[in-house]
Design a protein around this ligand. Sequence first.
Ligand code: HEC
Ligand code: HEC
Length: 326
Amino acid sequence: MKKKGVVIGILALLLFSCLLSKKTAFISKEFSLPEMVYETENQITKERIALGKKLFFDPVFSIDSSISCASCHKPKYAFSDTVKFSPGVFNRPGIRNTPSLMNIGFHPYFLREGSVPTIEMQALIPIQEKNEFAHNIVEISKKIQQIPEYVTMSKVAYDREPDHYVITRALGVFQRTLISKSSKFDSYMDGKVKLTKSEKNGMAIFFGEKGNCSSCHGGFNFTSYKLTNNGLNENYEDVGRMRATKDSADLSIFKTPSLRNIEVTSPYMHDGSMVSIEEVVSHYNSGGKNHVNKDSLIKPLHLSNSEKADLVLFLKTLTDEAFVEN
Ligand code: HEC
Ligand code: HEC
């Protein structure tokens, strides 16, 4: 009798450790840093990073030399902005909330509607937009070709004058270096820190059936980059992906954003209409508004007040202090 109990005990232990290692293997694979892919002719070098960084912070891009990429993508806020719509040149208001650029090199497509295929091509958009830089890359190239420091840096980095090719490539290389992977959550996954009981509860809601957040915000960057509608409004001012495709199935479809550093990237959503994480969680808890393209995964969650609070606490473990302070 006693022997049988011991055998069952050992079997149970074996099963438990099997389950445990399966779980850790699954999680560590899902959350390990993906490989950064550079274009064949635009491999990373320190000279290219330095040139891209200098360009990113240089107001030479705007028609009146007033603003740079960093005026909207502010390093302190994980390269996003604190206002609903960042103003462009001559204080012209924007039409979408400035997204964070951390881990941007992992994105499979760009803009909130996901219509631009490469980070290099993306740079041309703010340059030309009337309410961003209102400029053009040929004129900008001419301007920086008059600056000896740029000419030297460009020759060293790309073996040519600073032109449209160099500008877009160097900005691409610099932006791919903006990597955030050291949040409290990451330290927890590495077994270095513990999460509080509330944070763990929030994590279970996030990844489990209760919240189902990870079906769109899963994986290393807390997004599957799914192009979808999360029921923010019944009627949107912004047609979303339909702007590019002209297909009504894409009406108000947006790219699922990363949730890393979400604590510092307020306001939220494509239109910056939500200010706090609490507001976002209440939105999902309600099941959202009935938009024609609302994703079937968005439905009432029936979370209690303390569950909502725990979910918010978990989302705050995604803040990478080192990245934000750097
Ligand atoms: C006036 C504010 C402003 C300036 C200046 C600006 N951006 Fe942006 N950026 C935005 C906004 C707003 C969006 C979202 C646009 C959209 O979805 O239509 C965006 C989108 C992006 C994206 C795509 C993000 C994603 O999640 O797909 C990248 C990359 C980017 N900007 C890089 C840059 C670079 C590089 C510069 C400088 C050459 C720059 N931006 C200048 C406001 C700005
Ligand atoms: C069906 C896919 C889907 C599910 C499920 C989902 N989201 Fe989202 N989420 C999105 C999309 C799409 C957006 C962007 C909407 C927009 O820009 O208007 C978004 C935006 C957000 C934002 C704002 C991010 C930013 O930078 O603006 C937060 C925070 C967020 N979701 C948290 C959650 C949480 C928490 C859950 C679970 C309760 C969840 N999401 C479930 C698709 C989803």
